[in-house]
Design a binder for this molecule. Structure first.
Ligand code: SF4
Length: 604
């Protein structure tokens, strides 16, 4: 039988552990003299670089390798050199941003572990400035200058602060492990950022070159013309559509009640629940895709200056519609999976009951269609009809994919091939990217010549994204999931399961299916049973090497999406597609096969 993996190039040897494999590249140069030399060399090296585009991981790694080679230094300093190059890339642009528009981000492991009197709150460590470590010194200096200061390592909260529009640059202190994880999220978005690496990564009473941190905090020059393209202005525009009163202006309410008023008229209450959920949390990456595609095909002005952003209300309403569909699908998904939390709050059906939640989802679908159809006079009937057609098509595909998954979960006789799983993925995830991208393109003009490219690109991106999600499920989900292996407990037809069924012996295959079936029938009410089930499935998955195989498939689909992007014009649109690949397929954690390290990775 032909397997999906047979279409891949011959596999390299099994990686032992990416975490361990890369730790030998994250050595901090032992002497201050060597650290200074690398910084200085990076400063000279960066002079010749094109700074119009944000740094991407592959380029910066290549630059760091070149830098080390030119200095006759070994690869053990790669992580440090990478940070040095990124710092010099951004130094001038950070320096040009006013102090009160910057964020100082400090790690809590700098604190004096023995006697630190500080407590933690939702924003991280609330330093009491007792003077026992340098956190207080950095904080006092930065606050005097007007910085916002956070003693935390959570990249999501940092991104939230940036997208909310309160800061335009980051000055950070962190270990090389944390900087590696933050790289994609922060640098790819084109946010000016410089960081001082901690001198160790042991997470306790760490230290840093204090004078470098003070120097970074104090950097200051006159404002300069923005050099590097950034999607930040578009991210803020996407986010801003969901803030009141902008949301009510773009999508006027019928009942005029803001907030969920429990004693209000039920009509107003229902509308308020729907609007509240529409505006809630999330990355709003789908409306961003629509806005960014529109911007890219109209000259890409939005990636240069916020003042040059040119997004009409019709464009914004179309992007808003994309999010309304997405939110509707989340409400319905949460009911189907009986998930308890979404965006850190109880899911809608747990709060208001299943009937109301189904209805709110339906309402949001209607709102999405209406947002576009009411723009037909501005957009032109043909353009509005094309977008509505694509939205309807995506809606149906998504329902097909979800329907197939639900029927599979209920089936008493379960079988699943990797191709079956991939077919479901192509239907479940890709249409949302396709609808968002297509809408942005169609808003500019007829999209027939880009139609196939959009579908192919979205399918590869969506499938890779869904496989990455499967892999993430084994390291927990930062937003909503507490326990690894939730897909197993919910008996979802994942690619990991399909790959395991393909590789295991008949007896193991039968055992795996029986574990899945039992999870389905008994749920995860009994925690010990759930933990044991997950552990047994994990060991079967490891035996079948599904994590490595899935990882290779992510790379295969990523490469296909990139190859499609390579042939796209104009440059601004091509760059957007690369940006989507890099951000949508951002790695959350190294994937492990070797048991001991895998447990560490999962925090077990
Ligand atoms: S200065 Fe702040 S972080 Fe450092 S030990 Fe004192 S309270 Fe803790």
């Amino acid at each position: 039988m032909t397997t999906v993996l047979e279409t891949l190039p011959e596999a390299p040897p099994e990686p032992k552990s990416k975490k361990n494999n890369s730790s030998h590249l994250k050595v901090i140069p032992e002497t201050r003299e060597m650290r200074d030399r690398i910084r200085e060399a990076a400063r000279v090296f960066v002079q010749g670089l094109d700074r119009s585009k944000p740094l991407v991981r592959d380029d910066s790694r290549r630059y760091a390798e070149q830098l080390l080679r030119s200095m006759g230094l070994g690869e053990q300093y790669l992580g440090f050199a990478l940070v040095a190059v990124a710092n010099e890339f951004w130094r001038e642009q950070v320096a040009a941003i006013p102090f009160n528009r910057r964020l100082l981000l400090l790690p809590h492991c700098l604190k004096n572990a023995e006697g630190c009197p500080a407590d933690y709150d939702e924003f991280g460590l609330d330093c009491k400035k007792c003077g026992a470590c340098s956190v207080a010194d950095f904080k006092v200096k930065a606050e005097e200058l007007g910085y916002k200061v956070l003693v935390s390592e959570g990249t999501p909260i940092v991104l939230k602060i940036i997208v909310s529009g309160h800061v335009d640059a980051i000055v950070g202190v962190a270990c090389l492990n944390v900087l590696e994880k933050a790289f994609d999220k922060i640098l790819l978005a084109g946010i000016p950022c410089i960081a001082t690496p901690l001198l160790s990564s042991n997470c306790k009473s760490t230290s840093v070159d204090d004078d470098w941190v003070f120097e970074s905090i104090s950097l200051k020059t006159e404002p300069i013309e923005q050099k590097t393209k950034t999607y930040m202005h578009l991210m803020r525009a996407s986010n801003g559509m969901f803030d009141e009163p902008e949301l009510a202006r773009l999508a006027p309410r019928s009942r005029q009640v803001v907030g969920v008023a429990h004693n209000a008229d039920p009509l107003a209450q229902h509308e308020a629940i729907a609007y509240d959920f529409l505006a809630r949390g999330g990355k709003r990456s789908r409306p961003l895709i629509t806005l960014a595609a529109y911007d890219a095909l109209t000259g890409g002005k939005g990636t240069r200056k916020s003042e040059d952003l040119d997004l009409s209300d019709s464009v914004k309403r179309t992007a808003l519609a994309i999010e309304a569909f997405h939110k509707a699908s989340l409400v319905h998904d949460d009911i189907e999976d009986d998930d308890a939390f979404r965006y850190g709050q109880e899911t809608l059906h747990r709060q208001h009951g299943i009937g109301t939640a189904i209805n709110v989802g339906d309402y949001l679908i209607g709102l999405g269609y209406r947002l576009v159809s009411r723009e037909r006079k501005v957009l032109g009937a043909e353009c509005a009809a094309d977008i509505l057609d694509r939205l309807a098509d995506s809606h149906m595909k998504l329902s097909e994919g979800q329907g197939a998954e639900l029927l599979w979960r209920e089936a008493s006789e379960k079988a699943l091939s990797p191709l079956d799983a991939l077919k479901i993925y192509a239907l479940k995830t890709a249409p949302a990217f396709e609808a968002a991208l297509y809408s942005g393109v169609r808003l500019v003009g007829p999209a027939d010549d880009r139609d196939k490219m959009i579908g192919d690109f979205s399918r590869n991106l969506g499938v890779a994204f869904q496989i990455l999600n499967d892999l993430k499920d084994w390291s927990g989900d930062e937003d909503n999931k507490l326990l690894a292996g939730q897909d197993v407990l919910a008996a979802r037809p994942t690619l990991l399961l399909a790959l395991a069924l393909e590789a295991l012996s008949p007896a193991e295959k039968e055992e795996l299916l029986s574990l899945i079936q039992t999870s389905r029938e008994h749920g995860s009410a009994d925690d010990m049973v759930a933990v044991n089930t997950v552990e047994r499935v994990r060991s079967l998955y490891r035996k079948a090497k599904v994590f490595t195989k899935a990882d290779k498939l992510v790379e295969k689909y990523r490469a296909r999406a990139e190859a499609i992007a390579d042939a796209v014009d104009p440059l601004e649109f091509r760059e957007l597609l690369y940006y989507l690949v890099d951000t949508v397929l951002e790695r959350q954690a190294a994937i492990e096969e070797e048991p001991k390290t895998f447990m560490v990775e999962l925090g077990v």
